[in-house]
Design a protein around this ligand. Structure first.
Ligand code: GDP
Length: 535
């Protein structure tokens, strides 16, 4: 850690809470499996997927996820990682990869202290990676980069690094350097530790052979690196050292420099070096912004915030799990915390930790950890839990939906049921639900078109309610802010454009930019906004 950083208690400072960002297919799932394998959380790689599939077959909704090869819901996994000196606790928060679910992903990234960016060595920086990176940049999150699939034909190493530097405007420092490419790829030189890491192609789960090297003129290099690759490798290393910045911990923590490791997740290659990097460079659990004051991880009292709500994880039980990032303190099972929004006490008697693919009762948790709290709907995204202080965590965004549709129950007698289902999905953050002030029915807003299908199939599956989505007369939604008087004036003169969201906040709906411009011109005391802070 930085020399001038205050010392966190050991239980907290050993925690690393991070997410993996990548474009679909770059290897996030494979890398996650290997993390768990080395974390000792599972015996055999492949189990995450296998278990996941066993669970998924339970519902058609999940089947849809499987068919389309997308991951719809985010979850958190905890596992340990040992280095010779220390034992770390990693909390990996899974981000849904498909662009249709970006809002969920944005919120997930408010719960982590760092991100691992996985890129495909042949494809470089792809669109989804770029988008997710930009969200990390908004929060100055430190980024560790893993360039995957080096066992296949990949691009030139300098070209990959250049592309990251150019497209993402971040400095790149090589933590390892690949030797040979594609079929000739033999392994990497670990530039941080002066070791040669050689890949075993015969056994995918075998940890690579690691050889200590005394600098680049060590004759041992020639013993292990095939002669035809050695000269190129030495040239490249020399160039890299000359042209690329060295590792600078401060720049990394500020999010302006990313160390890059090269490897092959499927061959378990380079994964441990990446994990050591996460352990060594961190960061430790960071202070969380809140009002009226920031919360730092070493505070004695427990405080945390809900960044995700997942409903009906088990359709039989109708339960909801609120995912809470602990910002401070030492949480113990059975604790009574204050639910700040309702000012009510809540006994947290059956919190869960997500160890690999299993849920386990969390007897205790520390700042940095993610716990799941089963509840019946009291906990919403953005809610704070504290030991009494009226804290409001800030920075969890809600975005104006880009697509609006009217929803109707197949059976008009079931309108009340539909309302209940919609409210639940709204609280979960899966959609925006607007109740128009004069028309009947509901308007549902989402960020990606696929979400309408997901919602329709979930409402049918979880509530036994067939529904129809139909085009709405509106295409844009804006939240209306201003004094009560100013907002009332707008509302009364524009009833046909007004709706309320599930929190009761006023929303202006329209299909014409012209309408928005008109409001801006005629109602100088209100503002229309396409985001709303959920906290
Ligand atoms: P995700 O969509 O990012 O989660 O990607 P997956 O982990 O599912 O991987 C996508 C595909 O790439 C799968 O077929 C993997 O087996 C394959 N894959 C992952 N890592 C590697 C690797 O290091 N080398 C090669 N050749 N294939 C890989």
């Amino acid at each position: 850690m930085l020399d001038n950083a205050p010392q966190l208690p050991p239980e907290i400072s050993r925690r690393r809470t991070f997410a993996i960002i990548s474009h679909p297919d770059a290897g996030k799932t494979t890398l996650t499996e290997k993390f768990l394998l080395y974390g000792g959380a599972i015996q055999m790689a492949g189990q995450v997927r296998a278990k996941g599939e066993a669970r998924r077959t339970r519902s058609d909704f999940m089947k849809m996820e499987q068919d389309r090869g997308i991951s719809v819901s985010a979850s958190a996994m905890s596992f340990d990682y040992h280095t010779p000196e220390r034992e770390f606790r990693f909390n990996l928060v899974d981000t849904p990869g498909h662009s249709d679910f970006s809002e969920d992903t944005y919120r997930t990234l408010t719960a982590v202290d760092a991100a691992v960016m996985v890129i495909d060595g042949a494809k470089g920086v792809e669109s989804q990676t770029q988008k997710l990176f930009e969200v990390c940049r908004l929060r100055d999150l430190p980024i560790l980069t893993f360039c995957n699939k080096m066992d296949r034909e990949s691009r030139d190493t300098f070209e990959i690094i250049d592309e990251i530097q150019e497209n993402l405007a971040i400095d790149v420092t090589p933590a390892s350097w690949p030797i040979g490419r594609g079929r000739d790829f033999v392994g990497c030189y670990d530039l941080l530790r002066d070791r040669l890491e050689l890949m075993d192609r015969a056994d995918r789960n075998k940890i690579s052979e690691s050889i200590a090297i005394e600098g680049l003129d060590d004759p041992k290099l020639a013993e292990h690196v095939p002669a035809e690759l050695l000269d190129t490798f030495l040239e490249e290393i020399e160039m890299a050292r000359e042209l690329l910045p060295a590792m600078d911990h401060k720049a990394f923590l500020e999010g302006t420099l990313t160390p890059i490791w090269f490897g092959s997740a499927i061959n378990s290659f380079g994964v441990q070096e990446l994990m050591s990097g996460i352990a060594e460079f961190g960061p430790e659990p960071q202070p969380q912004s809140a009002s009226p004051r920031q919360v730092s991880a070493d505070e004695k009292k427990v405080a945390g915030f809900v960044f995700k709500v997942q409903a009906n994880m088990d359709p039989k039980h109708r339960d909801r799990v609120a995912f809470v990032r602990l910002a401070s303190g030492h949480f113990q099972r059975g604790m009574k915390l204050t639910h700040v929004r309702s000012k009510k006490p809540m006994a947290i008697s059956n919190p869960v930790l997500f160890l690999a693919a299993d849920r386990e009762l969390a007897e205790e948790a520390w700042a940095g950890d993610i716990i799941g709290i089963p509840n019946h709907g009291q906990l919403r995204i953005g809610d704070a839990l504290t030991e009494g202080e009226a804290l409001k965590f800030t920075g969890i965004p809600s975005f104006a939906p880009e697509l609006l549709q009217t929803v109707r129950a197949g059976d008009p007698m079931k309108a009340k049921h539909l309302e209940k289902a919609l409210m639940q999905f709204a609280e979960e953050g899966a959609a925006k639900v607007f109740k128009p002030s004069i028309a009947s029915g509901f308007i549902v807003g989402v960020v990606g078109a696929l979400q309408f299908e997901v919602l329709a199939s979930r409402i049918e599956l979880e509530y036994g309610l067939p529904v129809r989505f139909e085009p709405s007369q509106f295409t844009s939604a804006r939240w209306v802010h201003g004094t009560e008087e100013a907002v009332d004036k707008l509302v009364n003169a524009n009833k046909q454009h007004i709706a309320h969201d599930n929190d009761g906040d006023v929303v202006f709906l329209t299909r014409l930019q012209w309408d928005i411009d008109r409001v801006v011109r005629d109602y100088p005391d209100v503002t229309l906004s396409n985001t709303k802070e959920m906290m």
